[in-house]
Design a binder for this molecule. Structure first.
Ligand code: UGA
Length: 435
């Protein structure tokens, strides 16, 4: 919404949230999330045509277009627990819009939702004694964290799903007009609502599938002395496959991939498509396997015991350039290492505060240290979890000098110079390459 405000000074954008602390942070000099380039965009538009407020009712009443971006986590209870999307926040929002709107509105689904949610929302919005016309559009977001601003400025595509009715098409055109302020028309794709909702789930499922595919091959490379980076390069040069998203890793994290795939799996099962559901569920299973495999590799290479050993995790965020730790492989890996009775030291340039919350039940068993040199000092092993560029430039001779010997490095992102580390004296274990 900040970027829309920034690019379209003619529109007034009001962001409302029930959480007053969060809104206060959006109105302050320290934004509640770390995202490169976001500060500048917010500062340029805030107070001009971008406003942050807790007055939700006023936000609804005073706007013609309402983007709903409430969270839709995986259900933790009842039917579909662990798989289906929990739509309670979305539904409450729809009811609130219906109850306090006093003029026609266009409602835009921004949250990722299962197919046919828009239909349900349309019914809620028009149930009972409603006075206004509501048009529901689907406009899924494809930005990735860490590159959000450039993804928004130069999107591969903007997708807008609408009903094929005159009202639906008119609403769709209004939304197209907003994006057309900076996105070329050819990149603005319009479809039916269901295609749009489904495309979001499928895009994430395909992206995650690419990572799970290369991660599964990394396990085979370790057994056969092939090098997964060389395989990925050779495979990715086929333009039908493409060279992106082929970096073998400790596994994918983030708030979206797992949730969206499980959602897709649930939908397939609901429609009796068990084979299709099993196929996509495999992507999540390989991801869990990859995280666990990383821990088992550490254990077996460190003489089958981690008890009392001190291990430093370099990075905790689910990817570089964000402080977000949701579904980060670091969470599973930390828990498993503590289970093996290792002593953990966590370091990350942006994510330590979130890490503390994620692992608060393990207080006293983990140290959190900002400086990577201080964090790795006295450790038996380092495990690279997040691909922060800064880690490449660390002085590993100095680090080696301060560590307990034999010193181990497990590079879960293949970002370091493994040959050089080996020459320094480290026992080096990359992903998908011979040790
Ligand atoms: C992902 C999608 O890339 C976005 O298009 C989508 O809009 C977003 O989910 C969403 O649904 O909101 P995001 O989760 O922010 O974006 O980050 P990604 O860059 O996709 O990375 C996801 C995970 O995959 C990270 O843990 C990353 O380290 C890992 N990854 C990525 C790999 O392990 N290997 C790769 O080659 C690429």
């Amino acid at each position: 919404m900040a970027l829309i405000a920034y690019k379209c000074p003619r529109y007034k954008v009001t962001v409302v949230d029930i959480n007053p602390d969060r809104i206060a942070k959006w109105n302050s000099d320290t934004l509640p999330i770390y995202e490169p380039g976001l500060d500048e965009v917010v500062k340029a538009a805030r107070g001009r045509n971008l406003f942050f407020s807790t007055d939700i009712e006023d936000g609804i009443r005073s706007s013609e277009i309402i983007f709903v971006s409430v969270n839709t986590p995986t259900k933790t209870f009842g039917t579909g627990a662990g798989m289906a999307a929990d739509l309670q926040y979305w539904e409450k929002t729809a009811r609130q819009i219906r109850d306090c709107a006093d003029s026609p509105k266009i409602i835009v689904e921004k949250s990722t939702l299962p197919v046919k949610t828009a239909q349900a929302m349309q019914r809620i919005l028009t149930a009972g004694d409603y006075k206004n016309r509501f048009e529901v559009l689907s406009n899924p977001e494809f930005l990735a964290e860490g590159t959000a601003i450039s993804d928004l400025e130069h999107p591969d595509r903007v997708l807008i799903g609408s009903a094929e009715t005159p009202g639906g098409l008119k609403a769709r055109d209004e939304l197209v007009e907003i994006y057309a302020n900076w996105v070329p028309q050819a990149r603005i794709l319009t479809t039916s609502i269901w295609s749009s909702e489904l495309s979001k789930l499928v895009s994430n499922a395909f992206l995650a599938q690419k990572i799970s595919s290369i991660n599964s091959i990394s396990a085979l490379c370790e057994k056969t002395d092939a090098n997964v980076a060389e395989v990925a390069k050779a495979v990715g040069m086929d333009s039908r496959l493409g060279d992106k998203f082929l970096n073998a890793s400790v596994g994918f994290g983030g708030s979206c991939f797992k949730k969206d795939i499980l959602n897709l799996v649930y939908l397939c099962r609901y429609y009796g498509l068990d084979e299709v559901a099993d196929y996509w569920e495999g992507v999540v299973r390989i991801n869990e396997y990859q995280q666990e495999r990383f821990v088992i590799n550490m254990l077996s290479n460190m003489f089958n015991t981690l008890a009392g050993k001190k291990i430093c995790l370099l990075g905790f965020a689910f990817k570089a350039n964000t402080g977000d730790t949701r579904e980060s492989p670091a969470i599973h890996i930390s828990r498993r290492l503590v289970e093996e009775r290792a002593r953990l030291v966590l370091t990350d340039p942006q994510a330590l505060e979130n890490a503390r919350t994620d692992l608060k039940d393990l207080t006293g068993r983990i140290d959190y240290i900002d400086d990577p040199y201080a964090a790795s000092s006295g450790c038996d092993a380092i495990a690279v979890i997040t691909e922060w560029q800064a880690y490449k430039a660390l002085d590993f001779e100095k680090i080696y000098g301060s560590m307990t010997k034999p010193a181990f490095i497990f590079d879960g992102r293949n970002i370091l110079d493994h040959e050089r580390l080996f020459k320094i004296g480290f026992n080096v274990f990359p992903i998908g390459k011979p040790a």
